[in-house]
Design a protein around this ligand. Sequence first.
Ligand code: CAA
Length: 334
Amino acid sequence: MNTQFTQSDYLDMFSEFTNQCQKTHTEMIKNWYDPMGVTMNSFFKFAEMANASVNQIAHQHAAALKSFFPQGASEKCVVKTTVTSQPQTGHIAIVTGGIGGIGTDICRSLARQGNKVIATYISFEAERAVEWQKERLEEGLDIYVIECDVTDFNACKKMAKKLEKKYASIDILVNCAGITRDATLKKMKKENWHAVLDTNLDSVFNVTRNFINGMVKRQYGRIINISSVNGHKGQFGQTNYSAAKAGMVGFTKSLARELADSGITVNTVSPGYVGTSMVKAMPENIVNNIIAKIPLGRLARPSEIGDAVAFLAHTNSGYITGSDISINGGLFMR
Ligand code: CAA
C-alpha cells in the first residue's frame, strides 16, 4: 500500500483535531454564555463554528483514510452539516488595518465564513503582526499578514501586484485602517488634520484604486469601507475624523454607482463606539458620558462589526450596494 501517512502520523493528526475541537468548543461556550446576553448572533456564530470544526475534521479524516485505503474509502467520509447561518464563500479577502481592534474581528468573521483572509499592517507594527498571526493560528484561523503603508499610493500598488500574483484574485476589500487625533479645531495642528485625512480617507482611494481593475475584469467584488457614526453626526473634537469618515460615505456611494454593472458592490459599515483601544484611550468621563447616551447602554463588541462586514461580503448580498449599515446601539437614528 502506497501510504503518505504512518499510523503514528494518523494518531498525531487525531490528537491535533481533538485539541482544535476543544479550543473551538471553549470559544463556542464563551460566545454562548456571553456576559452581555445570549443573542441570535451568538447562536449563528455557535452554529457556524460547529460547522467549521466538523468540516475540518471530515476533511482531514478523509485525507488520512485516503492514504490508508487509496481505493476510494475516503468517498464514504463525507459529513454533511445542516445548521449554518450562511454557506461558506471561499473568496480571497484583504482587510487594511486588519490587526487592529475592529480589524481583528473583521478578519475572524471573514475567515470563519470560509474566506482566505489577508490583513495589512504598518511597518512599526511588524512585531505585533507576527504575534497577532500566531494568536489567530491558535484560534484555528490561518491569516496571511502583509506590511503596507496605506497612505502611500505606490506602496498600495506594489502590494496589490504582489497579492494578485500570489492569489490570482482579490474578491473582498475591507478598508478598515484608521486613526484618531482628536482636538477642537481651534487647537488642531495641521499635521494632525493631514494624518487623519491621509490614513482614513486617502487610503481608501490608494487601496481601492489598485484593486478595482482586477475586480472589474473578473466582474465580481465586495468593497466595504469602515466609516463611523461620527461621520454621520459629527463629534466634538473630531473635525478631521468626521470629515474623513463622511468622505468615505460619499466615496462609497459614487463608486457603487460606477461599479453597479460590474458585479461589484460598495458599501459602508458605520460603527458607533466599540470596545477597542481607540475608545479606551479616551478620557473615562467622556466615554461614560457617551455610553449614558447610547440607547442600548453599552459599547459595541468588535465581533458585532465583523459579522456585519461578513454579511455584506457574502455572495448572497449582491443586491446591497451604496448602502450603510449603522451599528451604534441606537446612538444616532436618522
Ligand atoms: N460638547 C460641548 N462642549 C464640550 C464637549 C462636548 N461634547 N466636550 C468638551 N466640551 C467643552 C469643555 O467643557 C470645555 O469647556 P470650558 O472651556 O468652558 O471649560 C471645552 O469644551 C474644552 O475645550 P478644549 O478645546 O480645551 O478641549 P480639550 O483639549 O480639553 O479636549 C477633546 C478636547 C480632546 C476633543 C476632548 O473633548 C475629547 O476627547 N472628546 C471626545 C472625542 C471623541 O468622541 N472621540 C471619539 C474617539 S473614538 C472614535 O472616533 C471611534 C468612532 O468611530 C466612534
